[in-house]
Design a protein. Structure first.
Length: 267
């Protein structure tokens, strides 16, 4: 049975675990390595079973521990060429990924990684490059879309395929406008290469989700420009306006920013 755990989701660090009985992968590893090891011990997760590291993009809150984890467990790191270059150049990453552990992915090209079939797709964000991942295992399609400035055709297609979905609901538009951030940062977040608002997230779900979508987790919520209940209620209200009943047709949950959320059994 497929297991999903979020070990952190937000600007303080992002890290997501997906595992079968015999294989596991981690998507992004922006939490501290000691913190990750402690969480995994608490949750009974055997890190030696992790055989693949998938990276979405090269911002520090997604790659903080990628070199350390890859080195300690001899796990290959899958990212685009540009993202690998960005990791190498990022001064926040003290231990870099060894050359022999770098694996290159390209948007649209499918990978078979152990128990997992992985298809990367482009996601607009102001990193060197950014990917979402469509991951199939044991007949289940799991999709993750984080740090998305806007909704694209590729994102719509991925949402339509998902049985389980992690998607960004970063900010409330009015909270961002009236909040403490300087104007240049507000513009960056609201831009088409910034972050997805609660409203845009809910609309993308309502317009593209299929009847087989079972569970949605809202990720990467801003601490300053959002609130978990506000994000959930905004998305749920949009779904209801499209005839979708949250809690019956689909479950909507929030991934905690600095603490684990889960585990969940995906079946």
């Amino acid at each position: 049975m497929l297991k999903f755990i979020s070990f952190g989701s937000g600007s303080s660090g992002n890290c997501y675990y997906l595992g079968t009985a015999t294989d596991a992968l981690i998507i992004d590893i922006g939490v501290g390595i000691r913190t990750l090891k402690k969480h995994c011990k608490d949750y009974g997760v055997n890190l030696s079973k992790v055989n693949h590291l998938l990276i979405t993009h090269d911002h520090a809150d997604h790659i903080k521990s990628v070199g350390s984890f890859s080195h300690d467990y001899k796990v290959p790191v899958y990212a685009t060429k540009l993202v690998h270059k960005g990791i190498d150049a990022n001064y926040c990453i003290t231990r870099k990924v060894a050359t022999e552990l770098k694996e290159t992915v390209e948007p649209g090209l499918q990978l078979n990684l152990g128990d997992f079939c992985v298809k990367p797709f482009p996601v607009p964000h102001d990193a060197s490059e950014n990917l979402g991942y469509e991951i199939t295992a044991e007949g289940v399609c799991f999709v993750i879309i984080t740090d998305a400035g806007c909704i694209t055709d590729e994102i719509c297609e991925a949402i339509s395929k998902a049985d389980y979905l992690v998607i960004e609901a970063n900010h409330d538009v009015e909270m961002l406008k009236s909040g403490p951030y300087p104007e240049y940062l507000k513009k960056r977040i609201a831009s088409r290469s910034g972050h997805l608002s609660n409203t845009d997230c809910g609309t993308a779900l309502a317009e593209n989700m299929s009847e087989h979508l079972r569970h949605v987790w809202l990720c990467h919520l801003s601490e300053e420009n959002n609130h978990p209940e506000l994000a959930r209620k905004t998305v749920e209200a949009i779904l209801r306006s499209h005839g979708v009943i949250p809690g019956k047709d689909v479950m909507i949950e929030i991934l905690r920013r600095t603490m684990p959320t889960g585990p969940y059994e995906l079946k």
